[in-house]
Write a protein that binds this ligand. Structure first.
Ligand code: ARG
Length: 459
């Protein structure tokens, strides 16, 4: 004889290995608060509609609050026999409130229950993540604000390209995280949908008032179709997808921090508190935090592949495969949160070597484009100017000189449009100052962009 809550039609008890295999309690126990919130709303609705009496609902609501306290204090033992968090809560309620607890599961199913629990959980976590990303943006903007005049080489193909302001480079990340925040904000619309009361898949014969449950739980709207309600995991796939993009932004930043803190670049030093040493090489100070953020991106992308693959061929409606949605989701939430938090703190502990950055701009012909622009300003078509500047660069390389180290005569051998003021024109500060096209790295642009970002963040 089976003692299970669903054991009526079973005459044999579950195989011990199956019990362990089938159970999800180790994973879904973190949903206990959401599960209890959902049950309380369900009871209030049932009392309102006369499905249970006010007295029964009262007893059970108090009982559920007691259960919540017990789980808070680790006083409820979790066991595979009780499968998942829903059964644990119901079982614990039975112990607290007695037989009346058996009325709780009227007009609902674990299928709509789990859909509700995850939505309650994800709404809250998405809001937390948005807040954490804003804190991280604030750290980026604070550093940018201190470096509105710091020049560094901008790169394409990881080759020095044109000078940019360090603040401008940091604000590129500010924009990426802004889009991430917008994606999370937008996805909330699709999370904020209340599935309870659709029961197993077909709706219920009890006169449930789903709008009442929705309002009690503070959801924006009720789901429309009972089959979709218990089958939809789009919101989980969408969240992990947005989280993957966000992690990829963090990973690209990590890669730059790792490069910049190498002896080869020496653009920054990450403080001791955010680096680690080597067990064999006494001189080492490794950017492990940045490497771990880069590495953990793989986990989150893996979680995305896991959830997409799990869902890809599932027929309507609920299938037990869907129990596999929670590990990737929870791991994604945890990973994104810790990576964001650790970077928020690390960014306040980065020392920037402005002189090294500036010196790096002196090698690599970062002023070659401006050399060509100079000729264009004097009437030469850009393509020709590009060729002339290219020849000047080749000549300078052969002399082991920078462009600005050539003499005026040497320059004029490439074009007699060149006059003495070219030296100012191709100087670092003038190159930055002139890039005032909208969104460019000009000093004024960047100062305004820093101000705008501060305003957006209320800094
Ligand atoms: N633990 C299950 C899950 O996470 C809850 C729903 C179970 N429903 C069922 N009919 N077995 O998906």
């Amino acid at each position: 004889m089976s003692e299970k809550l669903w054991g009526g039609r079973f005459s044999e008890s579950t195989d011990a290995l199956v019990e362990k295999f089938n159970a999800s309690i180790d994973v879904d126990k973190r949903l206990y608060n959401a599960d209890i919130q959902g049950s309380i709303a369900h009871l209030k609705m049932m009392a309102n509609e006369g499905i249970v009496t006010d007295e029964e609902a009262d007893t059970l609501v108090k009982g559920l609050e007691t259960v919540r306290g017990k789980i808070d204090r680790n006083e409820v033992e979790f066991t595979d026999t009780l499968e998942d968090i829903h059964m644990h809560v119901e079982d614990a309620l039975g112990k607290v409130s007695g037989k009346v607890a058996r009325k709780l599961h009227t007009g609902r199913s674990r299928n709509d229950q789990i859909a509700l629990d995850v939505r309650i959980y994800l709404k809250e976590e998405t809001l937390t993540i948005i807040k954490m990303l804003k804190d991280f943006q604030a750290a980026l903007v604070t550093l940018a604000s201190a470096h509105k005049k710091t020049v560094m080489p901008g790169y394409t193909h990881l080759q020095r390209a044109q000078p940019v302001l360090f603040a401008h480079h940091l604000l590129a990340y500010y924009e990426m995280f802004k889009r991430d925040i917008q994606r999370f904000e937008d996805s909330l619309k699709r999370v904020d949908v209340m599935p309870l009361g659709t029961a197993a898949l077909a709706g219920t014969t009890f006169p449930v008032n789903r709008q009442f449950t929705c309002d009690t739980l503070g959801f924006a709207r009720v789901s429309e179709n009972s089959i979709d309600s218990v089958s939809d995991r789009d919101f989980t796939m969408e969240f992990i997808s947005h989280a993957s993009i966000c992690m990829i932004h963090l990973s690209r930043l990590s890669e730059e921090l790792i490069l910049w803190s190498s002896s080869e670049f020496s653009f920054i030093t990450i403080s001791d508190a955010f680096t680690t040493g080597s067990s064999i090489m006494p001189q080492k100070k490794n950017p492990d935090v940045a490497e771990l953020v880069r590495g953990k991106t793989g986990r989150v992308v893996g979680n995305l592949v896991a959830i997409l693959t799990t869902m890809k061929s599932l027929p309507m409606a609920y299938n037990k495969d869907m129990q596999e949605d929670k590990e990737p989701l929870f791991d994604t939430v945890d990973t994104l949160k810790i990576c964001t938090e650790v970077y928020t703190r690390m960014f306040a502990n980065i020392e920037v070597h402005t002189e090294t950055m500036r010196n790096a701009c002196k090698q690599g012909f970062l002023n070659a484009t401006d050399f060509a622009d100079y000729l264009v300003n004097r009437g030469m078509p850009f393509r020709e100017a590009h060729a002339v500047a290219g020849k000047a660069v080749a000549f300078a390389i052969s002399q082991d000189l920078a462009l600005e180290e050539l003499s005026l005569e040497q320059m004029r051998s490439f074009s007699d449009l060149i006059e003495d003021e070219i030296f100012d024109f191709i100087s670092l500060d003038q190159m930055i100052s002139r890039r005032i096209s909208y969104g460019g790295t000009g000093y004024e642009n960047v100062a305004a962009a820093v101000d705008a970002a501060k305003k957006e963040l209320n800094l």
